[in-house]
Design a binder for this molecule. Structure first.
Ligand SMILES: [Zn+2]
Length: 96
């Protein structure tokens, strides 16, 4: 009974890929960026907003990477407004 993965009662943490470093992390450790059905780009701290989403870990390097590469815009199929980058940067800075 030592193998946790064989326990069907164990709640598996959902994991998502960070677009910066391409590493899998628990969803709650990632920032979700979502393109809403209205076509706006928003940060989603609840993980519940509907729309096409992308994930980023709390790492300024990952943010720089996706900003430079334009990967986020491609992923969300929409240009990313300056203020979204600003709030992301703020978020990562606050996180320390
Ligand atoms: Zn990352």
């Amino acid at each position: 009974m030592a193998e946790a993965k064989n326990n069907p009662r164990e709640k598996k943490q959902p994991e998502r890929l960070c677009m910066g470093c391409n590493e899998k992390r628990p969803k709650k450790e990632l920032i979700r960026i979502v393109r809403t059905p209205e076509g706006t780009i928003e940060l989603d701290f609840t993980g519940k907003k509907s729309g096409r989403g992308a994930y980023l870990c709390h790492d300024a390097h990952c943010l720089k990477k996706i900003r430079k590469s334009g990967r986020l815009a491609r992923m969300l199929e929409s240009p990313i407004p300056e203020e979204v980058w600003d709030s992301l940067e703020e978020e990562l800075t606050l996180d320390g």
